[in-house]
Design a protein around this ligand. Structure first.
Ligand code: AMP
Length: 219
């Protein structure tokens, strides 16, 4: 089961990808998480990418492709089951990824596109809070933590991601429209795309996503 999950920022890609990974016991590879970790560790890559992320710009393709190739090669993940979340975000990444997978005798079998209206995207991103330790997402209105602003699991203070602030959100949406949406059209032409309505609760969206996975992989 080799899946890629796509959609606008705030559509719930990360949440749904984590649920799928957990449900089917497969690897979840999220480029955003890998990059945020690099920034937190102040590694060489982290220092290079921090300002792009904070301002809502895409990180250069070469940096992302090196990270993803390295991650997929580790433990021979490339030929096992995985879900990619946050990549590809440009046609150049899509083509490089395809080439890399082919070289490694692997391929993508399914692209899930989570659709969401602009109004709902803004509402979700504005209220999103993240645990800096475990990465769990909350929303101040729709899924608040049990105790105000504290992670339910780590009990540390939740953060408002710098790139979930207004100017960065605008930039991320622009990057999405101009550079990432063409990837969705590309997978549609290739015949591996399935669309999912991203409105509703996490459980409702997961039921839709899971139905597609069950049908595609006949589990
Ligand atoms: P995400 O957590 O997936 O929303 O990603 C957060 C930020 O990380 C994005 O706004 C980009 O700045 C950067 N990023 C993540 N994945 C990619 C990618 N595949 N290509 C370029 N930039 C990326």
């Amino acid at each position: 089961m080799r899946i890629v999950i796509l959609g606008p920022p705030g559509a719930g890609k990360g949440t749904q990808a984590k649920l799928l990974a957990c449900n089917y016991n497969i690897a979840h590879i999220a480029t955003g998480d890998i990059l945020r970790q690099a920034v937190a560790e102040r590694s060489y890559t982290g220092e290079k990418v921090a300002s792009y992320i904070m301002r809502g710009y895409l990180v250069p393709d070469e940096i992302i492709m090196e990270l993803i190739r390295e991650t997929l090669k580790k433990n021979n993940l490339v030929r096992s089951d995985f879900i990619l979340d946050g990549i590809p975000r440009t046609i150049s990444q899509l083509k490089d990824l395809q080439e890399f997978l082919t070289q490694q005798n692997s391929n993508l079998e399914l692209a899930i596109y989570i659709k969401l209206r602009d109004e709902e995207i803004l509402r979700r991103l504005g209220g999103r809070r993240v645990c800096p330790s475990c990465g769990n997402n909350y929303h101040i209105i729709f899924s608040p933590p049990v105790e105000e602003n504290l992670c339910n699991y780590c009990r540390i203070e939740l953060k408002h991601r710098q790139d979930d602030k207004e100017d960065a959100i605008k930039q991320r949406l622009e990057e999405y429209e101009n550079k990432t949406y063409p990837c969705i059209q590309y997978y549609k032409k290739e015949g591996i795309l399935e669309e999912v309505d991203g409105e509703g609760s996490i459980e409702e969206v997961f039921a839709r996503v899971n139905k597609i996975v069950l049908e595609r992989f006949k589990r």
